[in-house]
Design a protein around this ligand. Structure first.
Ligand SMILES: Nc1nc2c(c(=O)[nH]1)N[C@H]1C(S)=C(S)[C@@H](COP(=O)(O)OP(=O)(O)OC[C@H]3O[C@@H](n4cnc5c(N)ncnc54)[C@H](O)[C@@H]3O)O[C@H]1N2
Ligand code: MOO
Length: 401
């Protein structure tokens, strides 16, 4: 099965989560579950964009004008009266333009002496006035549903007088590493043992992508131990395992979960790294069985799990289109598995993004993965390509999109 087909099958089996209400200040990075409708207009009234004098444009003449200043309008303290012919009001940036005035004379172009203000400037009506609602109007749909909220959106919603917003609930994703050889980081390592790097790495990735990881204990390569997973997933929205996905006689995850009701949708895809990926449902719970090699587990999470999370979050575009770069090194012809080459990213002298795959692409090499900022995509059976040729990449140095 191809990577796009596998991803489509996964996306067809996951659904947007229900909404919850959060404080606006906690909403950055969350996904709006309903449109945000402005509760007022911005600005709420015609306001001055400069410090100076609110005047009647028709009063001003290039031959010279003398006006009588009848009051003052600082921001937050509107002038209650009316500006009549030959009159002006001292005004400051952000203050409401008094009735009768239709332009702002900036103070640099005016001379004040007592109540008297003189100028030789002329102004078109509307000069230096921000019109009521010029940014947005009351009742306007200012943020659509299904948008990842940025700091800019938070500012906009605040200006529209929202203290709370509706967002989709964070997906809760259980992660279980499997393998008799696995130990917690910090443990003393005995013969044949290795440290479980997958659980902390995947938890960090999921958290950075806006999900709530639930780290389950390591599961042994044992049918009875695997069966216990079914009892650990109450209240979660997706189950991930890492390891035990391949064809070895100790790779038991699929059979171990099938004995407690897993319906396998597919197993094995034309992808490198990550050939033994599994997908199915345990009752209604989507299950993705990641390969144990940490780089394969990471790459499969980027390619399949993050789009599934985006769909659960209610984003309209679960799969981000690949970005463009040029190759920083020659790459050989590809075989029939879609490849994801771990690569450095730089800019060349022309400002182009250059992706340079690391010479060794072993799916157990975490140091190379950590130094990589992108995956260079190599289509099945792609011909050899030269340094400088265009290529498609998935960035892995930022995952919240
Ligand atoms: N005869 C074949 N052997 C293998 C095939 C195959 O098609 N035929 N596929 C290879 C590929 S590709 C991959 S990827 C791996 C995937 O195997 P598993 O998913 O069964 O993973 P394990 O055997 O459990 O582990 C593989 C490797 O990764 C280490 N590992 C496992 N879990 C963790 C963890 N939580 N933290 C750190 N490292 C972990 C494990 O010790 C192994 O070294 O299978 C190939 N074999
Ligand atoms: O597909 Mo495996 O992921 O080469 O290590």
């Amino acid at each position: 099965m191809s990577v796009p087909e596998a991803r489509k099958r996964i996306l067809d089996g996951v659904f947007p989560l229900p909404a919850e209400v959060v404080a606006l200040t906690d909403a950055c990075g969350r996904v709006s579950a309903a449109p945000v409708i402005s509760r007022l207009s911005n600005p709420p009234a015609d306001v001055s964009s400069m410090d100076g004098y609110a005047v009647r444009a028709a009063d001003l003449s290039a031959q010279g004008t003398r006006l009588t200043c009848i009051g003052s309008a600082p921001a937050g303290h509107p002038f209650a009266g009316q500006v009549g012919p030959g009159e002006c009001v001292r005004i400051f940036t952000g203050a409401v333009v008094p009735s009768g005035a239709d332009a702002i004379l900036i103070q640099e172009n005016a001379q004040a002496e007592g109540q008297s203000v003189t100028t030789t400037t002329t102004l078109a009506p509307g000069t230096y006035i921000r019109r009521k609602g010029q940014d947005f109007a009351e009742g306007q749909d200012i943020i659509p549903a299904g948008r990842r909220l940025s700091a800019r959106d938070i500012g906009l919603a605040a200006a529209a007088s929202h203290a709370w917003v509706q967002v989709t609930r964070r997906p809760r994703v259980a992660i279980a590493a499997t393998g008799d050889e696995l130990l917690l980081p910090g443990s003393g390592i005995g013969a044949g043992q290795i440290v479980n790097s997958n659980t902390p790495m995947l938890a960090a990735l999921l958290r950075a992508a806006g999900a709530e990881p639930v780290m389950l204990p390591v599961v042994r390569d044992d049918m009875a131990d695997l069966a216990t997973l079914e009892r650990m997933v109450d209240g979660v929205d997706m189950l991930l395992t890492a390891g035990g996905a391949s064809v070895g006689s100790h790779d038991l995850v699929r059979r171990g979960l099938e004995q407690v009701g897993l319906k396998t949708d597919f197993w094995k895809i034309a992808m490198r790294p990550g050939r033994p990926l599994m997908y199915g449902h345990l009752e209604r719970l989507p299950f993705i069985g990641l390969p144990g090699n940490p780089v394969a587990a990471f790459v499969c999470s980027v390619v399949f799990v993050l789009p599934a999370l985006r769909r659960m979050a209610g984003l309209a575009m679960p799969v981000m289109p690949p970005e463009h770069a040029v190759l920083g090194a020659d790459v050989p012809e590809n075989d029939r598995r879609m490849d994801h080459l771990r690569a450095r990213l730089d800019h060349d002298g022309n400002g182009r993004l250059v992706a340079t795959p690391f010479p060794v692409q072993d799916s157990a090499m975490l140091h190379v993965l950590a130094e990589s900022a992108a995956l260079v995509l190599r289509a099945p059976n792609a011909p050899p390509a030269k340094a400088g040729d265009p290529c498609e990449i998935i960035r892995i140095d930022r995952v919240l999109e």
